[in-house]
Design a binder for this molecule. Structure first.
Ligand SMILES: Nc1ncnc2c1ncn2[C@@H]1O[C@H](COP(=O)(O)OP(=O)(O)OP(=O)(O)O)[C@@H](O)[C@H]1O
Ligand SMILES: [Mg+2]
Length: 227
């Protein structure tokens, strides 16, 4: 279980998250939505232990995720793909994968390349010369090199054409199904994300205004009322 237990987060006097609680079973897929400044990235940073909550606790498999020890969080099985293209532009695709998995099983590169044929075809290409969608795929592959139980993604569709967004979303679903990896996807593109996730959380000014099944949200014609 990954438990977000009554989290409150502050930056100085500003309260970015008020009282967020959610318990996720292994392999669950959660979409987190909300306007700019709603607290989505802050929630991911709290889960990683990159930001210390003012109140509440994150627990993974019954144990607290202690703030300030991100490498330990990654070793325990939670990986984070921050917003933007997080690749080493001057290194090859293959080198990028090897470096991300330095502390893990290097042979896993083969599994990742098998899963992403587009990366396999370009294994010796300089990462910075690939398209935005390909770089996003590489960032996903790099996070996978740590063989995570949970994969946290901050706006993976930013700057991608609709057809590429569908492709990236489909790949995330494939990863989740192939390895049983849980997903927490922060997204502005709600309809595309609802096709992949089974649960949804909408934040408004740091407060949850919807929490429930993705299906329920997808069926709501007045979905945007929540925003
Ligand atoms: N390092 C920081 N210092 C001070 N305030 C911050 C910091 N990071 C975020 N905030 C503030 O906290 C609030 C929540 O920010 P957060 O980045 O979590 O929102 P978000 O939902 O990810 O927004 P976006 O969709 O624009 O990425 C915002 O009001 C933001 O200005
Ligand atoms: Mg953000």
């Amino acid at each position: 279980m990954l438990e977000i237990d009554h989290i409150k987060a502050r930056y100085g006097t500003l309260t970015a998250l008020h009282d967020v609680s959610i318990a996720l079973k292994p392999g669950a897929r959660l979409g987190v939505f909300g306007h700019n400044g709603a607290g989505k990235t802050t929630l991911l940073r709290c889960i990683m232990g990159a930001h210390a909550p003012a109140e509440g606790q994150i627990r993974f498999q019954g144990e607290e995720v202690p703030p300030g020890r991100v490498p330990e969080t990654v070793r325990r099985g939670i990986a984070f793909v921050p917003q933007g293209h997080n690749v080493f532009p001057n290194l090859s695709v293959e080198r990028n994968l090897h470096i991300s998995g330095l502390l893990f099983d290097q042979n896993f590169v083969r599994e990742v390349l098998k899963l992403f044929p587009v990366l396999d075809e370009r294994r010796s290409q300089r990462a910075g010369s690939m398209s935005g969608g390909e770089q996003q795929m590489l960032a996903l592959g790099m996070a996978l090199m740590t063989q995570p139980k949970w994969l946290l993604l901050d706006e993976p569709s930013t700057g991608l054409a609709p057809v590429i967004v569908r492709n990236v979303m489909a790949q995330m679903l494939k990863v989740s199904e192939a390895f049983g990896t849980g997903l927490i996807i922060v997204e502005q593109n709600v309809p595309a994300t609802l096709k992949v996730v089974d649960q949804a959380l909408i934040l408004k000014s740091g407060r949850p205004v919807f929490q429930g099944e993705a299906r329920e949200l997808a069926e709501k014609p007045d979905l945007w009322e929540w925003f």
